[in-house]
Write a protein that binds this ligand. Structure first.
Ligand code: FAD
Length: 402
């Protein structure tokens, strides 16, 4: 009977294992994960869990019994350190585990501030794993000074938690504006104002020269020579796909483990999904860092292992929670040339991204209706008249029928 081995017990790994069983796959399934915790959701790590409003068990994607009940062998605290694609074997601490199909769901690793600029000082944290967050939670005490390097979603979510807990928070962003890599100026402006209203200082066009302190961080020196005191620092400077294992095994990597439309890598019977994997998209390659992609791509891989021969069709969506604002994003805004603003009710607003008259994406703040209609329109390949979108009197649902 076939044996599927899944490397990485995270969002994508768990989705793949569960889907195999849901499809009636009767062979063995082994999931091997480096972290000690059972597969868990990461988004609350920078939101409710960091805030202390969520218990660890509520992060778990499935109950403790699920894996045993489903006949999924879960090996935790176990790192796969090699793949022999010719012998169809992975090694875990010297032990060889054979596979008929291998799924790489190794996720990503946070970029760290280099040791040369003080990135190895105590009191400098990243936000990727439960262990990362458990290590920093004790630092979130009212009145302490937190400097966050990087004004992306994770940095801003951590800033919101810090402000809510009464910390003195400063965000450093090297680019001219926060969220520059991922959103339009309108969205950056919205979140800048939201943070300012909660007392968070956001310094844009501001590079970090180095972290200060001996042994433990005590402050930061900015590229302009200014120094800020800090009791602790969070680096939210992006992630890199975890490709080292695949690369060492000679598997092709191109902005992530390079997959074909089915999720197959360059090695026979080796598949990949989630943050670590790139896939064909509109004549190029795309890699997404989101829960939706991790689940959908992993499920597509499970179906293909079972013989579906089905191309993975990504339907990008994302969300972020900061204070009482829920941002929901549908689509991908790459290459936009027009932004349409649609005011919602009670301070809600949405920004609609177009390219050459085609709707690409929607950022909706506290406006789930705009998000849902926008998502549907993008999936249907429909582009409503920008003037109608901008007019709050025009019913959103009507845009679907137009
Ligand atoms: P992961 O969930 O990271 O799982 C990969 C696992 O593989 C890890 O446990 C890792 O230890 C393990 N692994 C790696 N190498 C090996 C090896 N050699 N042997 C064994 N195990 C290995 N997405 C959203 O859509 N919305 C959000 O609001 C959002 N917020 C986020 C907030 C935070 C703080 C973080 C960190 C992420 C957030 N994301 C969000 C992103 C989302 O969590 C990821 O895209 C998703 O977890 C990717 O799933 P994955 O299975 O590919 O990787």
């Amino acid at each position: 009977m076939a044996h599927v081995v899944i490397v990485g017990a995270g969002q994508a790994g768990a989705a793949c294992a569960a889907k195999l069983r849901a499809l009636g796959f009767a062979g063995s399934v082994t999931m091997i994960g480096e972290e000690p915790a059972p597969p868990y959701q990461r988004p609350p790590l920078s939101k409710a869990y960091l805030l202390g409003e969520m218990e660890e068990e509520r992060l778990w994607l499935r109950s403790a019994d699920f894996y045993a009940d489903q006949g999924i062998a879960l090996r935790l605290g176990a790192k796969v350190d090699g793949i022999d694609t010719a012998a169809r074997v992975v090694t875990v601490g010297g032990e060889a585990v054979g596979y008929d199909a291998l799924v790489l769901t190794t996720g990503s690793v946070p970029r760290r501030l280099p040791a040369a600029v003080g990135g190895d000082l105590a009191g400098v944290f990243t936000v990727r794993t439960l262990a990362d967050v458990d290590a920093m939670r004790g630092e979130f005490v009212a009145g302490r000074r937190l400097v966050i390097v990087g004004g992306g979603y994770i940095g801003l979510e951590a800033a919101a938690v810090g402000a809510k807990l009464g910390l003195d928070v400063t965000v450093l962003e090297m680019a001219p504006r926060i969220l520059q890599r991922v959103a339009a100026p309108e969205t950056s402006d919205f979140f800048r104002a939201l943070h300012a209203a909660h007392g968070v200082k956001i310094l844009e066009s501001t590079g970090l020269e180095r972290l200060l302190g001996e042994g433990r961080v005590t402050g930061v020196r900015l590229a302009n020579g200014q120094e800020l005191a800090a009791d602790f620092v969070i680096a939210g400077v992006g992630i890199l796909p975890a490709t080292a294992l695949a690369e060492a095994a000679g598997i092709a990597v191109e902005n992530g483990i390079a997959c074909d439309a089915m999720g197959r890598t360059s090695a026979p019977d080796v598949w990949a999904a989630g943050d670590c994997a790139s896939f064909p998209w509109k004549g190029g390659r795309l890699r997404l860092e989101s829960v939706g992609n991790a689940i959908d791509m992993a499920e597509a891989v499970a179906e293909n292992i079972c013989g579906a021969a089905k191309a993975y069709e990504a339907k990008p969506w994302f969300w972020s929670d900061q204070y009482d604002c829920k941002l929901q994003i549908a689509g991908l805004n790459t290459g936009y040339d027009q932004i349409v603003t649609r005011p919602g009710e009670g301070g809600a607003v949405s920004f609609w991204y177009y390219r050459g008259g085609s709707l690409l994406a929607v950022d909706a703040m506290n406006d789930s209706r705009a998000y849902m209609v926008g998502k549907r329109l993008i999936e249907m390949g429909k582009s409503p008249d920008p003037a109608a979108v901008a007019d709050p009197v025009v019913e959103l649902k009507g845009l679907l029928k137009a």
